[in-house]
Design a protein around this ligand. Structure first.
Ligand SMILES: [Zn+2]
Ligand SMILES: [Zn+2]
Length: 366
């Protein structure tokens, strides 16, 4: 529709809306795109005034050229327009994994230019208007097609000037025909404009970025310090652990020597290493615990024999898997010992984990 209904006709270099001229070919206007004669349609209540090419041709520029030139003329006439809003977030990551963020927000404000240049070529780039304000320039692009002009924007972003876009491709013929709403859309409506590059925004972001960087470096230093402290503590913990392990090994070595000494002092009797024989030994150490050690003992997790409560290791076996657990026995266990051993799995487990004992328990066999 935009391509066939043309909102502005040109006569003697001046743009007219269709309702401002005579109907039909008498309007005396040409197309702002191809300079071919136009036909004004401004008769009848249902018709929104517009122009059409008098003879159909393949020109699609009538709408774009007219609206663009009318918009630039407004800007040149008023030397004033609303700047777009700017919302950006500056982010800086710390070494500790935190993300420092600060939002920058510039509200839309009206700016006034000293002068306005129309249709300027800057490094081969067609700028629709350039606003001059003391030593600063603001480049304006009037957007009249729905597609994004990535290449143009890339070129504009490379220039050391602020640049903004005013998008007018969504305006209806009625909005364009109404001078007040057209003026609002071109000069003031925050919804039609956005920054391509904002030098002021960039300066602000640089300042905020510097502040965040300095905060980040403070946090990084603190983090490094904490990290160092963690490393030192970890090293100390590891050292203490190693020391503990060495101590334990030393105690175990001493214990093994003690076991061998004790074994050499025992009369050489053949060990009964059957399950039944082991059951008798376990029961014997239980009895001894009740009678001689105040019903307290430590139980070996490998051979299941009981050693005196103050022992650090199992007195009898040298099983690698041996751990000792404190146990408290019920004194009346004596009466049920035989029965207990018969239905216990411990004697069998004992023979399996420690087939040969280093030291024989010093007990009366029951
Ligand atoms: Zn045309
Ligand atoms: Zn043991």
């Amino acid at each position: 529709m935009h391509e066939t209904k043309i909102p502005f006709g040109e006569r003697d270099g001046i743009l007219f809306r269709a309702h401002e001229v005579e109907n039909g070919l008498r309007c005396g206007c040409v197309c702002p795109g191809c300079q071919q004669p136009l036909n004004a349609a401004n008769n009848g209540e249902k018709v929104i005034p517009h122009f059409r090419h008098a003879k159909s041709n393949d020109c699609f520029d009538g709408f774009r050229e007219g609206v663009r030139r009318a918009a630039v003329a407004l800007i040149a006439q008023h030397k004033q327009l609303m700047l777009p809003a700017l919302i950006e977030t500056v982010r800086v990551a710390t070494q500790g994994g935190r993300l420092l963020e600060k939002k920058i927000e510039l509200q839309p404000v009206v700016t006034t230019a000293d002068s306005v240049e129309r249709f300027v070529d800057l490094d081969g780039l067609r700028c629709h208007a350039v606003l001059h304000q003391s030593d600063r320039q603001l480049i304006i692009r009037i957007k009249l097609s729905a597609r994004t002009e990535y290449e143009r924007y890339r070129q504009l972003e490379a220039l050391e000037h602020s640049s903004m876009e005013i998008a007018l491709h969504n305006l209806t013929l009625e909005q364009i025909n109404d001078p007040a709403s057209f003026e609002r859309a071109v000069l003031y409506d925050p919804a039609t404009r956005r920054w391509i590059r904002s030098m002021r925004g960039e300066k602000l972001m640089a300042i905020v970025g510097e502040k965040l960087e300095s905060l980040a470096s403070e946090l990084n230093a603190q983090w490094h310090f904490e990290q160092l402290k963690r490393e030192v503590a970890e090293k100390a913990r590891q050292l203490a652990l190693d020391e503990e392990k060495a101590k334990l090994q030393l105690a175990l070595d001493e214990h093994r020597a003690h076991q061998l000494q004790k074994a050499s002092e025992q009369p050489p009797i053949d060990q009964d290493n059957t399950v039944k024989g082991r059951a008798a030994l376990i029961a014997g150490t239980m009895l001894k615990a009740v009678q001689a050690w105040g019903a307290k003992a430590i139980e070996c997790s490998a051979c299941h024999l009981l050693s005196p409560p103050e022992s650090q290791f199992c007195l009898y076996c040298d099983s690698q898997t041996s751990k000792v657990n404190q146990v408290v026995l019920s004194p009346d266990i004596i009466w049920t010992l035989g029965k207990r051993m018969r239905c216990s799995a411990k004697p069998e487990m004992s023979v399996k984990a420690a087939p040969q004992l280093i030291v024989r328990p010093d007990i009366e066999l029951v």
